[in-house]
Design a protein. Structure first.
Length: 406
């Protein structure tokens, strides 16, 4: 999509509300055409990837989706469509004059008229394009790994459908399609790349379960994730890479558990999960500092965490120097809500646990046992289990055949 990316870059330089409204109106008209909403669901992952590459500022989602649709018509169909009209260049500061401004206004008005005509042609072409796209989906070619071509169910399709149900709060449907997403990932002919199905995708199922009212099942799924029992096959990693990703994953899992506890005013549990979240985050930083050559790391680690090896090592040294101060600052709010008065003693526990590295599992046990003892057995994981659940409608998900791939 290099041509599209170049177009996006040009269009994104200056935001024109008049132009954006044309894209929004086109999307409104396309909604009346059968297959448009389904295509948008299927293409949502492309849109999300564009957001990572660009800073869209004021541009609407409809703007991006129309550009993606146009790009796919050019690349995946034999249908003929003219090039997208180019906006006129604004006069530079040293060229500004009444005549230049008038000339630009005339050119811009012509551009708007041409753009409206182009969008109408796109609308007229859309039914045929959507029909061709639906035929292409009968046998989807997945090329996550360029070395393998696979005909089968596209995992990203199910992931996008789950997203769409999440947006409207249809939790049962979101759960169903999230599980289908995991199943499609497992049917991929080799280990699905970690960056294509990482912890951000894996923790969605327990979150969906929780929001859908399946509280016990949600917490069970969180525990399985913490135990490393993922619903998909994991990429083959070195020992050090495994430790890096495991501690990153656990930090994010604890953060999700903390947030859900806060929504139910289970502040004591939220406090212990905040402590574990912060500790695991420090652990991941520690293990990243041990990487000697980041080029030998998997793509996911290199792209997300490394500028260069020295910067990561310096990063951990900075963390170590301000460890006590940072722990105290970051648990302060949760401690107040949980009515924990022994803040300095909790900080001592976290610092002592950090000194146990690289034995991070021992550090977690140290934190749980000592905070439990310090709070007279009042604060520990699941300490408020059921306390606020009475305010929710308790449900049990009926899919009893669902099992995690261990």
């Amino acid at each position: 999509m290099s041509n599209q990316n170049n177009q996006d870059n040009n269009l994104l330089k200056i935001y024109y509300p008049t132009v954006d409204r044309i894209y929004i109106e086109t999307d409104r008209k396309l909604k009346t055409i059968e297959g448009w909403d389904e295509w948008k669901i299927d293409s949502n992952e492309i849109y999300l990837n564009l957001l990572k590459k660009h800073d869209p500022k004021d541009w609407s989602k409809q703007f991006f989706m129309i550009l993606i649709f146009y790009d796919q018509i050019k690349n995946y169909t034999d249908l003929s469509i003219s090039a997208l009209p180019e906006e006129p260049a604004q006069p530079s500061d040293n060229e500004v004059s009444p005549n230049k401004i008038k000339e630009f206004k005339t050119d811009f008005d012509n551009y708007i008229n041409c753009l409206k005509d182009w969008h109408q042609k796109l609308i007229n072409l859309a039914p045929k394009a959507l029909e061709e796209f639906s035929n292409l989906q009968v046998e989807v070619k997945i090329e996550i790994n360029p070395g393998i071509k696979y005909s089968g169910e596209d995992p990203l399709r199910y992931k996008n459908i789950a997203f769409s149900y999440e947006r409207v709060g249809d939790w049962d449907s979101a759960i169903e399609y999230q599980k289908k997403y995991y199943q499609a990932v497992n049917e991929y002919p080799e280990n699905y790349p970690y960056q294509e199905c990482d912890i951000y995708d894996l923790r969605r199922l327990p979150i969906y379960l929780y929001k859908g009212g399946y509280i016990e099942e949600s917490w069970d799924e969180f525990r399985k994730l913490l135990a490393g029992k993922y619903p998909v096959q994991k990429s083959k990693l070195s020992t050090l890479e495994s430790k890096i990703l495991e501690t990153i994953d656990q930090s994010l899992i604890y953060a999700s558990m903390r947030n859900l506890c806060i929504t139910d005013k289970r502040y004591k549990e939220a406090f212990i999960y905040r402590c574990l979240d912060l500790y695991c985050s420090v652990c991941s930083c520690y293990f990243m500092s041990k990487v000697k050559d980041y080029n030998e790391s998997i793509y996911f680690i290199r792209e997300r965490f490394f500028e260069d090896v020295d910067s990561v090592r310096k990063s951990f040294r900075r963390v170590a120097r301000t460890l006590r101060k940072d722990y105290a600052k970051n648990i302060k709010t949760r401690a107040r809500m949980a009515k924990v008065k022994e803040l300095s003693q909790v900080v001592d526990i976290l610092v002592d646990a950090t000194k146990l590295l690289p034995k991070y599992e021992s550090g977690k046990e140290w934190i749980i046992e000592n905070i439990k003892s310090l709070s007279n057995n009042e604060i520990f994981p699941d300490c408020e289990k059921g306390k606020k659940f009475l305010k929710k409608e308790k449900k049990k998900f009926t899919d009893s055949n669902w099992e995690w791939n261990e």
